[in-house]
Design a protein around this ligand. Structure first.
Ligand SMILES: O=C(O)CCC(=O)C(=O)O
Ligand SMILES: [Fe+2]
Length: 374
């Protein structure tokens, strides 16, 4: 196992060691993704932002009521398994999250991004130290840094804790918005409960006991993210995009999007397929950890957001990973003579940090005020 900084100290605010960079790059190549200096496997769309508009049927809708109420988890798990093998993305309905909570969450999201720039900058992610939460301005994170710059702005938070360690610690919250914190915490709790159900569905779908992943998710890294995508316009730079092409780094993502649209998913043929908003649904996509643990049986698809609608787009993704130190290993049901377990094991935390270094310019230089303690 390698440490994040090569020694005992695992402060993530140190440039990643060459060893970690190579390891994460190898893992990305293993997973079939492009990395710096290597050919980009993402097939160029015909127009810069072209996508197939008619492909809704390629992203299935799964009614998960019987997983949520426990009446037929196996039936729902079968549908999840099929969607993960064929697409990697699916919509869910009858998920049990109250629409009123989702509406309140959009309201505070919009209020947050409407705050003056100075108020948002005070919460800049660089001020959170190792916790790596807070406000990320346009171009403050570039999901596909070799090719595009992200015009989106984001706000990340997680489970509030007093103790600081990589991806954990206090949330930075805007003092200007009295309701914000409570609504955000209520929403995170709802996402966590839904994620636990979905994770058990994934386990069943892979032929594992429903609680298989619980030992790897005792205190999982979670990020609840608010996103604002200004519309691209005629004056946008050629390399600007909402969020660049990427895969998600974690276990699974529960995404709520507003009615504007703009999410595109790359299918197996390398074409961009639109994933339009569907009222009352969430989009679920699996991240790199599931692709690795399932030995490639489930794929972590490349996706991006292109907002050319002329109006602002908001979306609210929730990311759940594993515990920081959980070792990402192939699960026993996905190993056979033809598909041996990958020897390139890694921990959830080191992989996530490696991906963070790749996309966050502020992590690419040593931070004086956050110099490593050892
Ligand atoms: O805003 C969206 O629809 C997708 C966002 C996304 O892909 C991400 O934050 O990882
Ligand atoms: Fe994503």
């Amino acid at each position: 196992m390698i440490g994040l900084s090569g020694g005992k100290c695992r402060s993530p605010l140190v440039p990643a060691s060459e060893e970690l960079k190579t390891k994460v790059q190898d893992k990305l190549i293993d997973l079939g993704h492009s990395v710096k200096g290597k050919p980009n496997i993402i097939k160029a769309p015909e127009g810069r932002f072209a996508s197939k508009q008619t492909a809704f049927s390629e992203i299935p809708m799964i009614d998960i009521a019987a997983l949520v109420d426990g009446s037929d988890p196996e039936g729902v798990a079968r549908a999840i398994g099929k969607a993960c093998e064929e697409v990697g993305f699916f919509y869910i309905k009858n998920h049990g999250v109250p629409q009123d909570l989702i509406d309140r969450m959009y309201k505070v999201t919009q209020q947050f991004f409407d705050l003056p720039a100075e108020a948002k900058e005070r919460l800049h992610i660089a001020n959170s130290g190792q916790t790596l939460r807070g406000y990320i301005p346009p171009y403050g994170e570039n999901a596909d840094p070799e090719n595009t710059r992200d015009l989106k702005e984001a706000f990340d938070y997680g489970v509030h804790g007093e103790e600081v360690s990589p991806f954990f610690g206090p949330n930075l919250m805007p003092a200007e918005l009295p309701e914000f914190k409570d609504v955000c915490e209520e929403y995170h709790d709802a996402m966590m409960a839904l994620a636990r159900k979905l994770v058990s569905g994934f386990a069943i779908s892979l032929g594992l006991p429903a609680d298989y992943f619980e030992k790897l998710q005792r205190k999982p890294i979670t990020i609840q993210r608010l996103l604002h995508y200004p519309s691209l316009g005629a004056n946008s730079a050629a390399d600007e995009i909402g969020i660049g092409a990427h895969t998600d780094y974690g276990f699974l993502t529960i995404l709520s999007q507003d009615s504007v649209g703009g999410l595109q998913v790359r299918n197996k043929e390398g074409e961009w397929v639109s994933a339009p908003p569907v009222e009352g649904s969430f989009i679920i996509n699996i991240g790199d950890l599931v692709q690795a643990m399932s030995n490639g049986r489930y794929s972590s698809n490349v996706h991006r957001v292109v907002n050319t609608s002329g109006v602002a787009r908001y979306s609210i993704p929730f990311f759940i990973d594993l515990d920081y130190d959980a070792v990402v290993e192939t699960v026993p049901t996905c190993v056979d003579a033809e598909n041996p377990a990958s020897e390139n094991t890694f921990t959830c935390g080191e992989y996530k940090y490696g991906r963070f270094v790749y996309v966050y310019p502020h992590l690419q230089e040593p931070q004086k005020e956050n110099a490593p303690v050892s």
